[in-house]
Design a protein. Structure first.
Ligand code: BGC
Length: 262
């Protein structure tokens, strides 16, 4: 089944049609600069432009880099404060004339990694961290997503952990890989102490440089790099939006479906 996936980030808004049963793009991806300031209306306009570019009629899955509760954006750690308590789903539905499901960006990336990437067939407790401008997290128990976990904002050494362990934090603070690895290890061990995951999957922009920091990571849990790179958000959002037309209680294919609150 084909679904349009859209990934809203701080610098770019990307869209592609996704074959959700293969976990692959159908054709090219389109990227448009995120308008600055990235307030709800101008962002919705860009979402509308992407939909028109693909002449898309059908379900749309859309990521957002904040807590998204039933389509309403609740936080704004790295985005404009006007998003707090905005009904993003209704806004994008109006801008596109299509059914839209909006979900947290890391949750979307996690859905894609669990179905087609580093977490394929992984049961038990899986934690995905995306390390980019912020630190996103996705938490799965036997393949079922617990949305909006926000482990990036755990307070460690009296500070929001993402200030140190995001890729932005690494660059802005000028940390060496060794020093950053020490902070990331602390962050991982904190999550480990709380939940005892079976595996950590590390995604986000910095996962391309996995070999540079992994030698400096110490924690007991198995760690693997994400596989779908910057396609994960678009693919995961599209998979999640399948639920708009095929509720999870309908058998859709031999694949497991991901249950998300709409
Ligand atoms: C936000 C998360 C988001 C992450 C990655 C964090 O600052 O709170 O909701 O998933 O950044 O974009």
């Amino acid at each position: 089944m084909e679904v349009l996936g859209i990934d809203i980030g701080g610098s770019g808004i990307k869209g592609a049609i996704v074959d959700t049963f293969k976990g692959a793009f159908v054709g090219e991806r389109l990227r448009i600069e995120t308008p600055q300031p990235a307030k709800p209306e101008p962002v919705a306009d860009v979402v509308g432009r992407i939909v028109r570019h693909f002449s898309w009629k059908g379900p749309i899955g859309c990521t957002f880099p904040a807590v998204v509760q039933h389509g309403i954006t609740r936080t704004a750690a790295n985005v404009d404060d006007e998003w707090i308590d905005t009904d993003a789903q209704a806004l994008f539905r109006a801008a596109t004339g299509n059914p839209v499901l909006v979900l947290n960006d890391a949750d979307a990336a996690g859905i894609a990694e669990l179905q087609f990437g580093a977490g394929k067939d992984q049961r038990g407790l899986v934690v995905i961290l995306t390390l980019g401008t912020g630190v996103g997290s996705a938490f799965f128990i036997d393949g079922v997503l617990i949305p909006n976990t926000e482990f990036g904002h755990l307070i460690i050494r009296g500070k929001d952990a993402e200030d140190r362990t995001s890729d932005r934090g690494r660059q802005e603070n000028g940390y060496s890989w060794r020093k950053w690895g020490k902070y990331l290890s602390e962050h991982l061990r904190y999550i480990e102490a709380l939940f005892t995951p079976d595996i950590f999957i590390i995604g986000g922009g910095v996962s391309k440089k996995y070999d540079k920091f992994i030698p400096h990571i110490s924690c007991a849990t198995k760690i693997v790099p994400a596989q779908l790179r910057n396609r994960a958000g678009i693919i995961g959002a599209a998979i999640a939006a399948r639920e708009l037309v095929q509720p999870s209680y309908c058998v859709q294919s031999e694949e497991a479906s991901t249950t998300l609150p709409l």
